[in-house]
Design a protein around this ligand. Sequence first.
Ligand code: FES
Ligand code: FES
Length: 167
Amino acid sequence: MIRLPAGERMRVTCTVNGAAKSGHAEGRTLLSDFLRHELHLYGTHVGCEHGVCGACTVILDGRLARSCSTLAVQADGAEITTIEGLAKDQGLDVLREAFSRHGALQCGFCTPGVLASTAHYLESNPDPNEEDIREMLSGHLCRCTGYEGMVRAILEFAAIKRNEAPE
Ligand code: FES
Ligand code: FES
C-alpha cells in the first residue's frame, strides 16, 4: 500500500488500452478521476462514487474494477482497459448496434460500464442464457431503460460472436 503525505503527488505509470500512459495523482486520487482528468479518457463515467452503480467499471489487470473505489496509485504498473479500448478491439461496434436496435440505452450514462462488464463476461462465458446475463447486469444500475433491451442485445451479440444466427 503506497502512502503519500497529504497534498503530495506521485507519477502513476500504467498501460491503458495498449499504450503506455502516465500522469500525476495524490494518494487520495480515484482511478476514475485519474483516467478522466489526467489521461482525458472521458468514456469512463462517474455516477454514485460509492461502488454501487457500475458506471465507472473498467478492466484492471484482467479483472473488473470500480474505478471510483480504486485509488489511482493502486494502478501504478497495471494494465487498464477502458471503454475507448474496448470499442477498438472487441467488436463492440456490433454490440453497440445491437443495443441501439433493441432500445438498450437512452441517456447512455451507464453504457460504458455495462459494455466493459459484458465484454469481460463473454470472454469466459461465450454462451450465456438470459438468467446469466441478468445476474451479470445486476452489478449495473440503469435509470432509463429497464434491462430487457440490454438482455436481448447481449444475447444477440453473444450469438454473433459464436457465429450463430441471432434468434
Ligand atoms: S461511479 Fe463507480 S460504481 Fe458508481
Ligand atoms: S441508459 Fe441512461 S442510465 Fe442507463
